[in-house]
Write a protein that binds this ligand. Structure first.
Ligand code: HEM
Length: 500
């Protein structure tokens, strides 16, 4: 940043000039204020609570009229503005205008610096510009819907999945027999993680790693590394010092070795065209693919686990919907993709899960030049060069004005899959009513088909096999790289049948 730019910003900040322009101007967030849930700046004591940090941005907007209550900016210390928006029109416009063309928004890499250090800077998730474009085209075919939903490939997922569920079921049975109880109390989060990684490693990448090794070595390594990536983003020096003094450097190294071993295992299938590698045609060297493989392993396990655990968590507090889904899947071969897509209740539950509790609670973007965006209802906003943008989908999807009773027939902050019927009856267009669960525009999630398949299978099978009830009436979110139910999906499980 040049001295000239810095002084210009300092003057604007002192005078209180709004650096944005247009007819849906963001309003300014004070640096210090009483009564906020936390500071609007990530600090060592609140960095694990991004949802609360964003909440602080909207604090004190009761008297704001117009779009200033949904579009907010922080501007201090001579640094570029930070724009937080829960305005769906602006979120959509910025997403659509993110890419590698001159003047388009970049993904802001500042909230993911720790991810890049652990996985590599040239991954599809982290890179911008031409590197991102090349990575995107490399993964297009193996991830495509038409490819993944082919019956033989689907059959592969089914095999691993059935085997894993049976093993899980046997463990539950023995536990129930030993305790003599009809119900078992279990935190499903950790069970689901292993299943998700197993499908990815053994089916997608065609490896054959045992369930025990995934559970005991690779899942703990990925969980540790993901937590490390978050801490390493916020306070890298403090974290390095803390490791030195606590003697935990060795633990990090061991998990790094396991992460690399798993990356090698996933890559090893390429030469023999195992799993979906046979769809992958490229002259890129194995080393050039490493960063993406690491991102897929850690990111996909995180995102699919988040999605599936939220769905189970909601159903564990909604016996009515649990029964509706059960009635739909009980006689159905849930492992057939045609039947799966023909399960409207399950699909509605999944849609509502992504709306209310999206796996990624915000998307970071950065303005590369002064940029005008226009919403579909023709509002315009000029976003100054270098602005750090946080597209806050978590709060947007819970905003009464956009998703509440007047629009969808149900309160925005409750789990109500029925709202999707109301919206259909009202003719509300899916293209306008976006919940951004898989993003939007050029940086849309390439793993959507794979992820939906895995989550549909896991949730459908759990409902088919068990009745489950949440231990606590309510759970909040815990948010790291992705959001998850803070109670670890602690439920009382009861077997529905013993014939599977
Ligand atoms: C089912 C659960 C999943 C959910 C909810 C999800 C969600 C998302 C979202 C919202 C984005 C957009 C981020 C942004 O715009 O900044 C994204 C991007 C991405 N996802 Fe997923 N995802 C899931 C599964 C997967 C899987 C299974 C993979 C890979 C195996 C994957 C790989 C990626 C990658 C590489 C990107 C970055 C794409 C780019 O920047 O061009 N995701 N995901």
């Amino acid at each position: 940043m040049s001295f000239q730019t810095w002084t210009k910003r300092i003057f604007q900040q002192i005078k209180g000039d709004n650096p944005f322009d247009g007819d849906c101007l963001p309003s300014r967030v004070p640096l210090f204020a009483l009564g906020r849930p936390t500071s609007p700046i990530p600090l060592p004591w609140n960095y694990k609570e991004p949802i609360k940090i964003f909440e602080a941005f909207y604090s004190g907007t009761k008297n704001e009229t117009g779009w200033g209550k949904h579009n907010r900016y922080l501007y201090a210390g001579g640094i570029p503005p930070v724009l937080v928006t829960r305005d769906p029109g602006i979120i959509k416009a910025i997403q659509a205008d993110t890419g590698d063309k001159p003047g388009q928004f970049d993904r802001d890499t500042s909230p993911t610096a720790g991810i890049a250090r652990a996985t590599g800077e040239d991954s599809l998730l982290y890179a911008n510009g031409s590197i991102w474009r090349r990575q995107k085209s490399l993964v297009a075919k193996p991830f495509s819907r038409s490819n993944l939903f082919q019956p033989q490939k689907f059959h592969g997922f089914e095999q691993t999945f059935r085997k894993t569920v049976k093993e899980r079921l046997d463990v539950m049975r023995s536990l129930q027999v030993s305790t003599g109880e009809g119900k078992t109390r279990v935190a499903l989060d950790s069970e689901i993680k292993v299943v998700m990684l197993e499908m990815l490693v053994n089916n997608f990448f065609g490896a054959s790693v045992s369930y025990e090794e995934l559970r005991d070595r690779y899942v703990p390594a990925l969980v540790y590394m993901i937590d490390h990536m978050v801490r390493d983003t916020v306070a890298p020096r403090a974290q390095a010092l803390a490791r030195k003094f606590s003697g935990s450097e060795k633990t990090l190294q061991n998990h790094q070795v396991a992460f690399e071993d798993l990356t090698n295992i996933a890559l090893a299938g390429r030469a023999q065209e195992l799993g979906l590698w046979k769809e992958f045609k490229s002259d890129a060297s194995d080393d050039a693919l490493r960063s993406n493989i690491r991102v897929f392993l850690a990111g996909a396990m995180e995102a699919t686990t988040s999605f599936a655990t939220w769905a189970i968590s909601h159903l564990s507090r909604n016996p009515e919907w649990q029964e509706k889904v059960y009635e739909e899947v009980k006689e159905m071969d849930i492992y057939d993709p045609d039947d799966f897509t023909g399960a409207p209740n399950l699909n509605q539950v999944l849609e509502e899960t992504l709306r209310l509790t999206p796996a990624l609670c915000f998307f970071p973007r950065r303005a590369t030049v002064d940029t005008w965006v226009e919403t579909s209802d023709h509002r315009r906003m000029m976003i100054p060069k270098d602005t750090h943008i946080r597209l806050d989908v978590w709060h947007s999807n819970r905003c009464e004005e956009f998703w509440g009773e007047d629009v969808t027939g149900y309160r925005a902050d409750v789990f109500a899959p029925e709202r999707w019927d109301v919206m259909k009856e009202k003719g509300l267009n899916a293209k306008e009513m976006l919940h951004f669960g898989f993003g939007h525009g050029p940086r849309f999630c390439p793993g959507r088909s794979l992820g939906l398949l895995e989550v549909g299978l896991v949730v459908g099978a759990i409902v088919k096999l068990f009745k489950f009830e949440a231990v606590h009436d309510h759970t909040g979110p815990s948010a790291g790289v992705s959001t998850k139910p803070a109670d670890g999906v602690l439920v009382d499980l009861e077997l529905r049948t013993d014939k599977n």
